[in-house]
Design a protein around this ligand. Sequence first.
Ligand SMILES: NC(=O)c1ccc[n+]([C@@H]2O[C@H](COP(=O)([O-])OP(=O)(O)OC[C@H]3O[C@@H](n4cnc5c(N)ncnc54)[C@H](O)[C@@H]3O)[C@@H](O)[C@H]2O)c1
Length: 357
Amino acid sequence: MADSVRIGIIGSGGIAGAHAGAYKRMSDVEIVAVADVVPGKAAEFVQRHGLPAARAFDDHRALLELDLDGVSVCTPNVAHHRTSVDALRAGKHVLCEKPMAVTLEQAVEMARAAKESGKILTIGFQPRYDPNMRMVRSVVQSGQLGRVYYVETGGGRRRGAPGGTFIRKDLAGSGAIADIGCYALDMALHALDYPRPLTVSAYSSNYFGTNPKYHREADRFEVEDFGIALVRLEGGAVLNFKVSWAMHMDSLGNTLFLGTDAGLKVLPSGGAWDGTVGGVTLYHDVLGMHTESPLPLRPRGNLDIFYEKVRDFVVAVKEGRPAPIPGETIVRNQAVIDGILRSAATGHEVDIDIPAI
Ligand SMILES: NC(=O)c1ccc[n+]([C@@H]2O[C@H](COP(=O)([O-])OP(=O)(O)OC[C@H]3O[C@@H](n4cnc5c(N)ncnc54)[C@H](O)[C@@H]3O)[C@@H](O)[C@H]2O)c1
């Protein structure tokens, strides 16, 4: 590989700007091309972000003909699958934005394409780079909770439903469950080492998004703004998951891990859950006394977790390391989302079957 890592960006909307900003801070990265399906949008992006050396395309397949090491996939959810699979088959490493895809089948095909090509497919969950999220996982993994039999997680905004591409079923696939729910699922499942999900019983609704009193695009609101699910996991634990873009409540509660020896409570850092951690308390018995031990938070300082995720991808590409957040694992996150949507649609518990990768 040349000294510089040659990068393309597919999709040039909101989050692509954050990817471009992160890459521009790296002296060993060159943004070589940008593609967007809206004619002229990639060219405008290149100008706006001061990328004179970057070529602009209206079709990601033209971008993939260039000599590139990797791409950032920054399209709406529905196009993650096609663009990532095409990029992997063209021999490019892929950093794909969250959620991984729209359906389980798409996620499986993406993971297979990564395996067959030997290229990286990493999914962009930047809260993984929050030192306190790492602490939560290390406490759960240390065994001090004993056998973890119940996990409760999710997140809620009082009024926080987005608009645009996020509320169109054909582009986003799902609403709050996939958009912010995928972060909460990743936090809980990663702490548990991503056990295989077995069954799910779920409910969803969209009373706020479809009400003009609460949403300016109510007539075009096609996805769910609230969802709740009970997910059975391999090994016997259950996950109680709840997520909301809008509700008459301040919060849907904290993340809880209940174990046979201790429990862990995780407070989100902001009002609206963004996957970063604001407080962690261990509930245990010390000398027979009920004890609550707040665990010291690891200071984030100036750490930019978004930059860290993009940097980790670049370093993995340069050093030939495996995917930092492997698509093959995140297929299980997508499988839960897929099961929730199926169960909510039918009103019954459904099985989750994940094909072999
Ligand atoms: N990690 C984060 O913090 C974070 C934050 C916001 C959004 N996201 C994710 O990033 C993705 C994009 O979100 P956004 O807010 O930038 O959306 P957006 O609608 O602003 O931008 C998406 C862009 O992709 C283009 N596009 C659509 N299909 C394409 C295709 N096949 N090839 C090339 N371009 C295509 C659209 O024209 C648009 O310009 C979503 O999956 C979203 O969930 C992640």
